[in-house]
Design a protein around this ligand. Structure first.
Ligand code: UGA
Length: 457
């Protein structure tokens, strides 16, 4: 069954629900569009009026495959609306998702200012029972704080002494969406986690997700919040483990790809997220690992393991730069071409992209940087100074002393390396994602360096 038939089939027998989603960033938008797709009536709310205007016209401000087409479809059939007012947007909704940003403070804590503001506004616009669902990644016990904020701010007309005259629930329903394949992750989840304090909240959330026919994990709200932090941190542990392994492989002359393959066949370990490279980036892992370290400290536990995960991740970028500096010998005035800027393929997201530290370190040594990325160029322009952008990988290779593969976009897998080689000044390739591990680039006359392939000496 295709996505369309699947959605129609799954919708049979479900109660259509009116749902508001506060925050039209990455998570909020994908959630809103996908909930419309499985049959609910959605209003997405954001206080950025110009963003709301663009969304109403069917323009998605981020690059996510498939999102804009679905958005346009559900705007057209009126299942998806937009508003900049929580009061207007949420008044008819039974369920209100909070999907606003939770950025890092300077000390690594999650900044929950937006979450608090939204909770207060929801309280002020209460007119009936509401289920308030936190979707953003938040520290444990945030649900309790949201509940208290709502209780304290509900208008006086709904209070009699300390007693509330209208009922509400707060639940946690963390997202596990990966950028670049978020729609598929939403429609075919490994599990849907719901943290609830009442049967009523559980029933509503089960009804919302019924069309997905997914495995439901029902917990208390604190545990659901922790599941999200623990999952992201554990994935970061796997990546840093593979990266640490890659360092050992280079020193003993082993191949990290073979080691990961050999480990991955053990079902208890699994092969995924054991890809060594130049470290994890993005808006989630770096921020969430940091927030989990802080949360642990506050609860009296020193999470040394996660601190090391973070250190290994930082070292991995530095080691890549050291390798380039060593093999280039003199970096000053060398022209270095960077294939890929975004933190991963299929996104234009530059947040915490490894390309940032790597390019800035090489620039500080006097390298001249050229770059190409299928989607990330626009967002990178405010980050870099002195980078020149090329229109495709072949224009990028022209005159380069070395090429760096930073982001493993599909289109980079099928390059014509003969053409690339003849365009370059000297044929050096540093493959930060082991994308070309099978391509025998040495046979074409390149000096090729991967990550943890035992080939750097
Ligand atoms: C991550 C999680 O995978 C999602 O489940 C979660 O919902 C999301 O964070 C979030 O908290 O919102 P995302 O950051 O979009 O999703 O991307 P991933 O595919 O997980 O990749 C994260 C980083 O790890 C990328 O920089 C990627 O290149 C790197 N990575 C991933 C590796 O270096 N090696 C691997 O083996 C896998």
């Amino acid at each position: 069954m295709g996505l369309k038939e699947e959605a129609a089939h799954n919708r049979k027998g479900i109660e259509k629900m009116k749902i508001a989603i506060v925050g039209s960033g990455y998570v909020g938008l994908v959630t809103g569009v996908c909930l419309a797709h499985i049959g609910h009536d959605i209003v997405c709310i954001d206080n950025d009026r110009s963003k709301v205007k663009k969304l109403k016209e069917g323009h998605v401000p981020i690059y996510e495959p498939g999102l804009e087409a679905l958005l346009k479809k559900y705007i057209k059939n009126k299942k998806l609306k937009f508003s900049y007012s929580i009061k207007d947007g949420a008044k008819e909704a039974t369920a209100i998702f909070i999907a606003v940003g939770t950025p890092s403070k300077k000390n690594g804590d999650a900044d929950l200012t937006y979450v608090e503001n939204v909770a207060r506004e929801i309280a002020l616009s209460m007119n009936d029972y509401k289920l308030v669902i936190e979707k953003s990644t938040v520290p444990a016990a945030t649900g309790k704080r949201i509940e208290r904020t709502i209780r304290l701010n509900i208008p006086k007309k709904y209070k009699k002494g300390n007693k509330l005259l209208l009922d509400f629930d707060v639940a946690s329903n963390p997202e596990f969406l990966r950028e670049g394949c978020a729609i598929d992750d939403f429609m075919n989840p490994d599990r849907v986690v719901i943290g609830v304090q009442s049967k009523k909240a559980e029933k509503i959330l089960r009804e919302i997700y019924k069309p997905l026919k997914a495995k439901m994990i029902v917990t208390d709200t604190n545990s659901a919040e922790l599941i999200k932090h623990a999952s992201n941190s554990f994935l970061a542990v796997k990546i840093s483990f593979a990266n640490a392994l890659s360092q050992i492989c280079d020193h003993v002359g082993a191949d990290v790809l073979k080691v990961a393959e050999g480990m991955g066949f053990d079902k208890r370990i699994g092969r995924s997220f054991l890809n060594a490279g130049i470290g994890y980036g993005g808006s989630c892992f770096p921020k969430d690992v940091e927030a989990f370290i802080r949360l642990s400290e506050k609860s009296g536990y020193n999470f040394e393991l996660l601190k090391e995960v973070r250190n290994i991740n930082e070292d991995q970028k530095a080691a890549f730069v050291r390798l380039i500096e060593d093999k280039l010998w003199i970096v000053k005035n060398k022209v270095i071409g960077v294939l890929g800027l975004a933190f991963k393929p299929d996104t234009d997201d530059m947040r915490n992209a490894p390309s940032i530290d790597i390019i800035k370190a090489l620039q500080s040594e006097g390298a001249k940087i050229k770059a190409y990325d299928p989607q990330g160029v626009q967002n990178s322009k405010s980050i870099f100074k002195g980078v020149t952008y090329s229109k495709d990988p072949y224009a990028l290779a022209k005159g380069c002393d070395a090429l760096l593969l930073i982001t493993e976009w599909e289109e980079f897998k099928k390059l014509n390396f003969k053409k690339i080689k003849s365009a370059m000044r000297q044929p050096l390739i540093f493959d930060g994602r082991n994308l070309y591990h099978d391509d025998n680039l040495e046979k074409l006359g390149f000096e090729y360096y991967g990550i943890g392939r035992g080939d750097i000496s």
